[in-house]
Design a protein around this ligand. Structure first.
Ligand code: FO1
Length: 326
């Protein structure tokens, strides 16, 4: 299927890396053409606030108010609330900026008033003037739990932020996933006859992408249409651009390579992924990825500038139209 002005695209994203490509796609596609699905396995309630880190990162990035130094939160942030909490002897390991807090307060209030996470996300995006669709993977509670070598089972933010990804991981469990349903906007985007590209953004395969794709019914729905599923490697030259993906791979006994990411997707979702995007640095792996049965392209995937994000978005969409339907 050619990617035309009538085609639609579904992008699956975790935090920073995924958000960069989502921004590129939002510059290339009209609002009606793009739905970004955000991982909610990282969500948690902290000090009474419902925090949805990946939705926030994508939302702030699409609104172009994201904090580029931190990789999360808003630009131009101040920390008066956090300082006041510290002074009162409260918890400060998870840093909530003053501007960011506005998001969490409104989200929490709306959820408590009975709105769904999808409704709240849509409202928050509207306030930021975001025209494209950002949809949580589910409105149901799903929590990523990190299993560690010491036997401890850590809530995701405890592993990621409090313990700075230091514990050795042995696996992941997504509590609640068996009962979770794709959010209504996710379901309708998957069933859209014009859907021509499903882009798995360069996010952590284990804790950002897997929670989305493992929601019951998602892979079946994605596989039922003509759209090509294309994954962009988050591992470049044996390293993760940001975050613990490469460290996790080593701890799980996998090689720290883009090829191992491709193998992971093939093993987890047999026959469901058709395309794989490698960085120039990993050109040497292209034949091996092809040999797995994946159409492969090599391009610059390291998104430093806005133009890099836009270029990668264009390349991925063009690639989607070259892939023969299943
Ligand atoms: N990440 C950190 O490394 N330290 C923080 O204190 C922190 C606070 C925070 C607050 C709101 C928010 O939406 C995200 C925040 N993050 C923080 C990022 C986030 O927890 C992780 O990057 C993701 O969960 C992984 O994708």
């Amino acid at each position: 299927m050619n990617f035309s002005a009538q085609s639609t695209c579904l992008a699956i994203s975790g935090g920073v890396g995924g958000a960069k490509l989502a921004l590129g796609l939002s510059h290339v596609l009209e609002p009606g053409q793009l739905t970004v699905i955000g991982n909610t396995g990282d969500d948690f309630t902290h000090m009474g606030f419902y925090i949805s880190p990946d939705l926030d990162t994508v939302m702030y990035t699409l609104a172009e108010v994201n904090n580029k130094d931190l990789g999360w939160g808003q630009a131009g942030e101040s920390w008066n609330f956090l300082e006041a909490v510290k002074r009162m002897g409260g918890e400060s390991w998870f840093q909530l900026g003053d501007r960011d807090l506005g998001t969490h307060v409104v989200r929490t209030q709306m959820l408590e008033a009975g709105k769904s996470l999808s409704e709240v996300t849509s409202h928050l995006c509207q306030q930021f003037g975001i025209k494209h669709q950002l949809v949580p993977m589910t409105d149901d509670p799903v929590a990523t739990i990190v299993h560690t070598r010491s036997g401890e089972k850590l809530a995701f933010q405890h592993y990621f932020v409090r313990d700075r990804c230091m514990p050795e991981v042995t696996g992941f469990v997504f509590n609640g996933i068996d009962m979770a349903k794709p959010a209504p906007g996710f379901l309708s985007a998957m069933q859209e006859p014009s859907l021509a590209a499903i882009v798995v953004c360069p996010s952590n395969p284990f804790v950002s992408v897997d929670p989305v794709l493992k929601i019951p019914g998602v892979m079946e729905a994605l596989g039922s249409g003509e759209a090509a599923v294309i994954a962009v490697s988050p591992i470049v030259g044996g390293q993760a651009i940001k975050g613990p993906a490469a460290k996790m791979m080593a701890e799980l006994g996998m090689p720290q390579t883009a090829l191992a990411v491709a193998q992971h997707y093939i093993k987890q979702y047999p026959g469901q992924v058709q395309g794989f995007v490698l960085d120039e640095k990993d050109r040497g792996l292209a034949d091996e990825v092809e040999a797995l049965g994946l159409s492969t392209i090599v391009t610059n995937t390291v998104m430093v500038t806005l133009q890099d994000r836009i270029d990668l978005a264009r390349t991925v969409l063009n690639f989607s139209s070259e892939i023969t339907p299943r």
